[in-house]
Write a protein that binds this ligand. Structure first.
Ligand code: NAG
Ligand code: CA
Length: 352
Protein backbone atom coordinates (compact mmCIF):
# COMPACT_ATOMS: atom_id res chain seq x y z
CA UNK A 1 0.00 0.00 0.00
CA UNK A 2 2.78 2.39 0.94
CA UNK A 3 4.26 1.88 -2.50
CA UNK A 4 1.16 3.28 -4.16
CA UNK A 5 1.55 6.64 -2.48
CA UNK A 6 5.12 7.33 -3.52
CA UNK A 7 4.21 10.93 -4.21
CA UNK A 8 3.71 11.40 -0.49
CA UNK A 9 6.90 9.66 0.49
CA UNK A 10 8.58 12.85 1.59
CA UNK A 11 5.76 13.67 3.96
CA UNK A 12 5.79 10.10 5.20
CA UNK A 13 9.53 10.23 5.85
CA UNK A 14 9.49 13.49 7.72
CA UNK A 15 6.59 12.22 9.75
CA UNK A 16 8.28 9.00 10.77
CA UNK A 17 11.51 10.78 11.69
CA UNK A 18 9.56 13.17 13.85
CA UNK A 19 7.73 10.38 15.60
CA UNK A 20 10.05 7.38 15.48
CA UNK A 21 7.92 5.43 17.97
CA UNK A 22 4.75 5.92 15.88
CA UNK A 23 3.39 2.42 15.11
CA UNK A 24 3.75 1.27 11.52
CA UNK A 25 0.09 0.30 11.35
CA UNK A 26 -0.97 3.86 11.99
CA UNK A 27 1.49 5.09 9.43
CA UNK A 28 -0.08 2.82 6.88
CA UNK A 29 -3.49 4.09 7.79
CA UNK A 30 -2.18 7.57 7.39
CA UNK A 31 -0.74 6.73 4.01
CA UNK A 32 -4.09 5.26 2.98
CA UNK A 33 -5.81 8.42 4.14
CA UNK A 34 -3.42 10.46 2.04
CA UNK A 35 -4.15 8.30 -0.96
CA UNK A 36 -7.88 8.67 -0.47
CA UNK A 37 -7.47 12.40 -0.04
CA UNK A 38 -5.55 12.51 -3.32
CA UNK A 39 -8.34 10.73 -5.14
CA UNK A 40 -10.94 12.99 -3.59
CA UNK A 41 -9.08 16.14 -4.44
CA UNK A 42 -8.80 14.77 -7.94
CA UNK A 43 -5.08 15.09 -8.46
CA UNK A 44 -1.77 14.37 -6.87
CA UNK A 45 -0.74 16.41 -3.88
CA UNK A 46 2.75 16.43 -5.34
CA UNK A 47 1.56 18.69 -8.16
CA UNK A 48 2.80 22.21 -8.10
CA UNK A 49 -0.13 24.34 -7.04
CA UNK A 50 -0.35 27.92 -8.13
CA UNK A 51 -4.13 27.83 -8.28
CA UNK A 52 -6.09 29.16 -5.39
CA UNK A 53 -8.94 26.72 -5.80
CA UNK A 54 -10.93 24.94 -8.43
CA UNK A 55 -14.57 24.19 -8.97
CA UNK A 56 -16.22 21.36 -10.74
CA UNK A 57 -18.48 22.87 -13.38
CA UNK A 58 -21.40 20.49 -13.81
CA UNK A 59 -22.73 22.21 -16.91
CA UNK A 60 -19.53 21.30 -18.79
CA UNK A 61 -19.03 17.89 -17.22
CA UNK A 62 -20.12 14.42 -18.16
CA UNK A 63 -20.39 12.09 -15.19
CA UNK A 64 -22.50 9.34 -13.69
CA UNK A 65 -25.42 9.01 -13.50
CA UNK A 66 -25.86 9.89 -17.15
CA UNK A 67 -29.55 10.72 -16.76
CA UNK A 68 -31.16 11.62 -20.05
CA UNK A 69 -27.76 11.95 -21.72
CA UNK A 70 -28.13 12.33 -25.44
CA UNK A 71 -31.91 12.44 -25.67
CA UNK A 72 -33.37 14.61 -22.90
CA UNK A 73 -33.69 18.29 -23.78
CA UNK A 74 -32.25 19.12 -20.37
CA UNK A 75 -29.11 17.09 -21.11
CA UNK A 76 -25.93 19.06 -21.72
CA UNK A 77 -24.65 16.48 -24.21
CA UNK A 78 -25.48 15.03 -27.61
CA UNK A 79 -24.60 11.58 -28.87
CA UNK A 80 -23.84 10.70 -32.45
CA UNK A 81 -23.01 7.64 -34.53
CA UNK A 82 -22.60 4.41 -32.63
CA UNK A 83 -22.31 6.06 -29.21
CA UNK A 84 -24.58 4.54 -26.55
CA UNK A 85 -25.06 5.18 -22.85
CA UNK A 86 -24.99 2.39 -20.28
CA UNK A 87 -25.14 2.84 -16.49
CA UNK A 88 -21.32 2.61 -16.34
CA UNK A 89 -20.01 4.46 -19.36
CA UNK A 90 -20.65 6.15 -22.65
CA UNK A 91 -19.47 3.66 -25.25
CA UNK A 92 -18.33 5.56 -28.33
CA UNK A 93 -17.64 2.44 -30.37
CA UNK A 94 -18.05 -1.26 -29.68
CA UNK A 95 -15.28 -3.73 -30.48
CA UNK A 96 -16.59 -4.03 -34.03
CA UNK A 97 -15.08 -2.92 -37.35
CA UNK A 98 -15.91 0.38 -39.08
CA UNK A 99 -17.80 2.21 -36.35
CA UNK A 100 -17.78 5.90 -35.44
CA UNK A 101 -19.27 7.47 -32.37
CA UNK A 102 -19.02 10.67 -30.41
CA UNK A 103 -20.41 12.65 -27.53
CA UNK A 104 -20.47 16.47 -27.69
CA UNK A 105 -21.27 19.15 -25.19
CA UNK A 106 -24.08 21.51 -26.15
CA UNK A 107 -22.64 24.31 -24.02
CA UNK A 108 -19.78 26.43 -25.33
CA UNK A 109 -16.96 26.78 -22.80
CA UNK A 110 -16.39 30.41 -21.85
CA UNK A 111 -13.82 29.87 -19.10
CA UNK A 112 -10.28 31.26 -19.40
CA UNK A 113 -8.55 28.89 -17.00
CA UNK A 114 -9.68 25.34 -16.66
CA UNK A 115 -8.74 21.76 -16.10
CA UNK A 116 -10.32 18.77 -17.78
CA UNK A 117 -10.04 15.32 -16.29
CA UNK A 118 -11.04 12.45 -18.55
CA UNK A 119 -11.67 8.94 -17.26
CA UNK A 120 -11.63 6.59 -20.24
CA UNK A 121 -11.31 2.91 -20.98
CA UNK A 122 -10.06 1.24 -24.14
CA UNK A 123 -10.33 -2.50 -24.26
CA UNK A 124 -10.89 -5.28 -26.76
CA UNK A 125 -10.19 -8.76 -28.01
CA UNK A 126 -7.48 -7.87 -30.51
CA UNK A 127 -3.85 -8.68 -29.81
CA UNK A 128 -1.52 -5.76 -29.18
CA UNK A 129 -1.14 -3.62 -32.31
CA UNK A 130 -4.03 -5.48 -33.92
CA UNK A 131 -6.56 -3.10 -32.49
CA UNK A 132 -7.64 0.41 -33.31
CA UNK A 133 -7.93 3.21 -33.84
CA UNK A 134 -8.18 5.11 -30.56
CA UNK A 135 -10.08 8.15 -29.41
CA UNK A 136 -10.00 11.91 -29.59
CA UNK A 137 -10.83 14.42 -26.88
CA UNK A 138 -11.84 17.79 -28.28
CA UNK A 139 -12.29 21.42 -27.47
CA UNK A 140 -13.23 22.84 -30.84
CA UNK A 141 -15.25 25.45 -32.63
CA UNK A 142 -17.04 22.75 -34.59
CA UNK A 143 -19.15 19.98 -33.09
CA UNK A 144 -21.12 16.91 -34.22
CA UNK A 145 -19.14 16.33 -37.43
CA UNK A 146 -18.24 13.00 -38.96
CA UNK A 147 -14.77 12.49 -40.29
CA UNK A 148 -11.46 10.69 -40.48
CA UNK A 149 -9.76 11.98 -37.30
CA UNK A 150 -10.79 9.43 -34.68
CA UNK A 151 -14.40 9.89 -35.75
CA UNK A 152 -14.25 13.67 -36.05
CA UNK A 153 -13.71 16.02 -38.98
CA UNK A 154 -10.26 16.97 -40.25
CA UNK A 155 -9.14 20.63 -40.45
CA UNK A 156 -10.87 21.23 -37.16
CA UNK A 157 -10.41 24.49 -35.23
CA UNK A 158 -9.18 24.05 -31.68
CA UNK A 159 -7.63 21.45 -29.48
CA UNK A 160 -7.43 17.74 -30.22
CA UNK A 161 -5.97 15.17 -27.85
CA UNK A 162 -5.54 11.73 -29.31
CA UNK A 163 -5.17 8.39 -27.63
CA UNK A 164 -3.79 6.64 -30.70
CA UNK A 165 -3.80 2.88 -30.20
CA UNK A 166 -2.63 1.77 -33.64
CA UNK A 167 0.84 2.51 -35.07
CA UNK A 168 0.18 3.43 -38.71
CA UNK A 169 3.58 4.96 -39.38
CA UNK A 170 5.62 3.29 -36.78
CA UNK A 171 7.31 0.56 -38.76
CA UNK A 172 10.59 1.20 -36.94
CA UNK A 173 9.01 0.96 -33.47
CA UNK A 174 10.63 4.16 -32.32
CA UNK A 175 7.71 4.92 -30.05
CA UNK A 176 5.39 2.74 -28.01
CA UNK A 177 1.65 2.61 -28.56
CA UNK A 178 -0.87 3.64 -27.31
CA UNK A 179 0.59 7.09 -27.87
CA UNK A 180 -1.19 10.13 -26.50
CA UNK A 181 -0.58 13.33 -28.42
CA UNK A 182 -1.86 16.84 -28.71
CA UNK A 183 -2.62 19.00 -31.74
CA UNK A 184 -3.90 22.53 -32.17
CA UNK A 185 -5.97 22.88 -35.32
CA UNK A 186 -6.52 26.28 -36.94
CA UNK A 187 -8.98 25.30 -39.65
CA UNK A 188 -6.34 24.57 -42.29
CA UNK A 189 -3.90 22.25 -40.55
CA UNK A 190 -4.57 18.64 -41.40
CA UNK A 191 -4.15 15.58 -39.21
CA UNK A 192 -2.39 12.82 -41.12
CA UNK A 193 -3.19 9.30 -39.99
CA UNK A 194 -0.46 7.74 -42.11
CA UNK A 195 2.10 9.45 -39.89
CA UNK A 196 0.04 9.09 -36.68
CA UNK A 197 -0.26 12.86 -36.71
CA UNK A 198 3.45 13.48 -36.20
CA UNK A 199 3.55 16.33 -38.69
CA UNK A 200 1.19 18.38 -36.53
CA UNK A 201 1.73 17.16 -32.99
CA UNK A 202 2.79 19.57 -30.26
CA UNK A 203 3.83 16.89 -27.82
CA UNK A 204 2.87 13.56 -26.40
CA UNK A 205 3.89 10.40 -24.64
CA UNK A 206 3.46 6.65 -24.62
CA UNK A 207 0.81 5.48 -22.16
CA UNK A 208 -0.20 1.85 -21.68
CA UNK A 209 -3.84 2.75 -21.59
CA UNK A 210 -5.34 -0.23 -23.45
CA UNK A 211 -6.62 -3.34 -21.68
CA UNK A 212 -5.14 -1.74 -18.58
CA UNK A 213 -5.51 -3.32 -15.17
CA UNK A 214 -6.17 0.10 -13.66
CA UNK A 215 -8.47 3.00 -14.33
CA UNK A 216 -6.99 5.27 -16.98
CA UNK A 217 -7.14 9.06 -16.86
CA UNK A 218 -5.80 12.01 -18.70
CA UNK A 219 -5.73 15.56 -17.50
CA UNK A 220 -5.51 18.74 -19.54
CA UNK A 221 -4.88 22.04 -17.86
CA UNK A 222 -5.02 25.39 -19.61
CA UNK A 223 -4.07 28.63 -17.95
CA UNK A 224 -2.14 31.71 -19.00
CA UNK A 225 -1.39 30.42 -22.50
CA UNK A 226 0.13 27.26 -21.08
CA UNK A 227 -1.33 23.88 -21.82
CA UNK A 228 -0.21 20.84 -19.90
CA UNK A 229 -1.21 17.27 -20.52
CA UNK A 230 -0.78 14.59 -17.89
CA UNK A 231 -1.69 10.94 -17.73
CA UNK A 232 -2.41 8.39 -15.06
CA UNK A 233 -2.72 4.86 -16.38
CA UNK A 234 -0.79 2.67 -13.95
CA UNK A 235 -2.88 2.81 -10.80
CA UNK A 236 -0.52 5.13 -8.96
CA UNK A 237 -1.98 8.20 -7.32
CA UNK A 238 0.11 10.55 -9.38
CA UNK A 239 0.07 12.26 -12.73
CA UNK A 240 2.84 11.77 -15.24
CA UNK A 241 3.81 14.70 -17.43
CA UNK A 242 3.00 14.05 -21.08
CA UNK A 243 3.21 17.43 -22.81
CA UNK A 244 3.69 21.01 -21.76
CA UNK A 245 3.21 23.80 -24.28
CA UNK A 246 3.59 27.49 -23.56
CA UNK A 247 2.54 30.38 -25.78
CA UNK A 248 -0.61 28.56 -26.85
CA UNK A 249 -3.61 30.73 -27.65
CA UNK A 250 -7.00 29.10 -27.56
CA UNK A 251 -10.17 31.12 -28.16
CA UNK A 252 -13.08 30.76 -25.76
CA UNK A 253 -16.55 29.59 -26.69
CA UNK A 254 -15.51 26.18 -28.03
CA UNK A 255 -17.19 22.81 -27.44
CA UNK A 256 -15.95 19.82 -25.48
CA UNK A 257 -16.33 16.44 -27.08
CA UNK A 258 -15.01 12.92 -27.35
CA UNK A 259 -15.03 10.76 -30.44
CA UNK A 260 -13.73 7.45 -31.66
CA UNK A 261 -13.54 5.32 -34.75
CA UNK A 262 -12.73 1.74 -35.61
CA UNK A 263 -11.65 0.55 -39.04
CA UNK A 264 -10.33 -2.84 -40.05
CA UNK A 265 -9.22 -3.08 -36.43
CA UNK A 266 -11.41 -2.32 -33.45
CA UNK A 267 -11.78 -1.84 -29.71
CA UNK A 268 -14.38 -0.75 -27.20
CA UNK A 269 -13.82 2.95 -26.61
CA UNK A 270 -15.54 4.13 -23.44
CA UNK A 271 -15.78 7.47 -21.69
CA UNK A 272 -16.58 7.13 -18.02
CA UNK A 273 -16.37 10.81 -17.18
CA UNK A 274 -15.16 14.18 -18.44
CA UNK A 275 -14.95 16.59 -15.55
CA UNK A 276 -14.29 20.25 -16.17
CA UNK A 277 -12.94 22.35 -13.33
CA UNK A 278 -12.68 26.10 -13.30
CA UNK A 279 -9.31 27.29 -12.04
CA UNK A 280 -9.04 30.45 -10.01
CA UNK A 281 -5.75 32.01 -10.99
CA UNK A 282 -3.86 35.02 -9.73
CA UNK A 283 -3.31 37.31 -12.69
CA UNK A 284 -1.30 40.44 -13.16
CA UNK A 285 -3.16 43.41 -14.69
CA UNK A 286 -1.42 42.78 -18.04
CA UNK A 287 -2.54 39.15 -18.02
CA UNK A 288 -6.09 40.29 -17.25
CA UNK A 289 -6.33 42.50 -20.31
CA UNK A 290 -5.22 39.95 -22.85
CA UNK A 291 -6.34 40.70 -26.38
CA UNK A 292 -9.11 38.48 -27.66
CA UNK A 293 -7.93 35.36 -29.46
CA UNK A 294 -9.76 34.52 -32.68
CA UNK A 295 -7.72 31.70 -34.20
CA UNK A 296 -5.91 29.02 -32.20
CA UNK A 297 -2.16 29.43 -32.53
CA UNK A 298 1.13 28.56 -30.89
CA UNK A 299 4.07 30.95 -30.65
CA UNK A 300 7.12 29.61 -32.51
CA UNK A 301 5.22 26.88 -34.29
CA UNK A 302 8.47 26.00 -36.10
CA UNK A 303 9.92 24.43 -32.97
CA UNK A 304 7.39 21.62 -33.29
CA UNK A 305 7.90 21.03 -37.00
CA UNK A 306 9.24 17.56 -37.65
CA UNK A 307 10.68 16.04 -40.78
CA UNK A 308 8.70 12.94 -41.52
CA UNK A 309 10.97 10.32 -42.97
CA UNK A 310 9.76 8.37 -45.90
CA UNK A 311 9.83 4.71 -45.20
CA UNK A 312 13.42 3.50 -45.21
CA UNK A 313 14.73 0.99 -47.76
CA UNK A 314 15.15 -2.59 -46.74
CA UNK A 315 18.57 -4.20 -47.19
CA UNK A 316 17.47 -6.02 -50.35
CA UNK A 317 15.97 -2.85 -51.86
CA UNK A 318 19.17 -1.03 -51.10
CA UNK A 319 21.27 -3.76 -52.76
CA UNK A 320 19.24 -3.69 -55.96
CA UNK A 321 19.17 0.09 -56.04
CA UNK A 322 22.95 0.09 -55.76
CA UNK A 323 23.32 -2.66 -58.37
CA UNK A 324 21.13 -0.91 -60.91
CA UNK A 325 22.84 2.39 -60.21
CA UNK A 326 26.21 0.83 -60.96
CA UNK A 327 24.88 -0.93 -64.07
CA UNK A 328 23.26 2.32 -65.17
CA UNK A 329 26.50 4.23 -64.72
CA UNK A 330 28.33 1.51 -66.67
CA UNK A 331 25.90 1.78 -69.58
CA UNK A 332 26.20 5.57 -69.53
CA UNK A 333 29.99 5.27 -69.56
CA UNK A 334 29.92 2.89 -72.56
CA UNK A 335 27.56 5.21 -74.47
CA UNK A 336 29.80 8.11 -73.53
CA UNK A 337 32.86 6.31 -74.86
CA UNK A 338 31.12 5.38 -78.13
CA UNK A 339 29.94 8.93 -78.69
CA UNK A 340 33.40 10.23 -77.87
CA UNK A 341 34.96 7.72 -80.25
CA UNK A 342 32.63 8.76 -83.09
CA UNK A 343 33.29 12.43 -82.39
CA UNK A 344 37.07 11.89 -82.48
CA UNK A 345 36.78 9.87 -85.69
CA UNK A 346 34.69 12.64 -87.28
CA UNK A 347 37.25 15.22 -86.23
CA UNK A 348 40.07 13.15 -87.68
CA UNK A 349 38.14 12.76 -90.94
CA UNK A 350 37.72 16.52 -91.17
CA UNK A 351 41.47 16.98 -90.91
CA UNK A 352 42.29 14.65 -93.79
C1 NAG B 1 -2.54 27.46 -39.69
O1 NAG B 1 -1.21 27.09 -39.35
C2 NAG B 1 -0.38 26.86 -40.46
C3 NAG B 1 0.97 26.37 -39.95
O2 NAG B 1 1.45 27.17 -38.92
C4 NAG B 1 -0.26 28.11 -41.31
O3 NAG B 1 0.54 27.84 -42.44
C5 NAG B 1 -1.67 28.53 -41.73
O4 NAG B 1 -1.60 29.75 -42.42
C6 NAG B 1 -2.56 28.71 -40.50
N1 NAG B 1 -3.91 29.00 -40.92
C7 NAG B 1 -4.63 29.97 -40.40
C8 NAG B 1 -6.03 30.11 -40.89
O5 NAG B 1 -4.17 30.73 -39.56
CA1 CA C 1 -2.57 5.66 -35.51
Amino acid sequence: MVATVTSNLSRYRSFSSLYPMFPLKNLRKLACLFAVACVLVGRSLADEQDFMEDFLKREYSLAKPYRGLGFSSSSQWDLMGTAVVTPDHVRLTPDVQSRQGAVWSRVPLYLQDWELKVHFKIHGQGKKNLNGDGLGIWLTKERMQNGPVFGNMNQFTGLGIFVDTYPNADKNHDRGFPFISMMLGNGTLSYNHDYDGRTTELGGCTAMARNAAYDTFLLVRYSKKRLTLMVNVDGKQEWKDCADITGLRLPIGYFLGASSATGDLSDNHDIISMKLYQLKVDKSPEEEEEEEVLIPSVDNMEQFQVEVQEEGMSGLQFFFTLLFSILGLGVLAVIGLIVYGRWKENRRKRFY
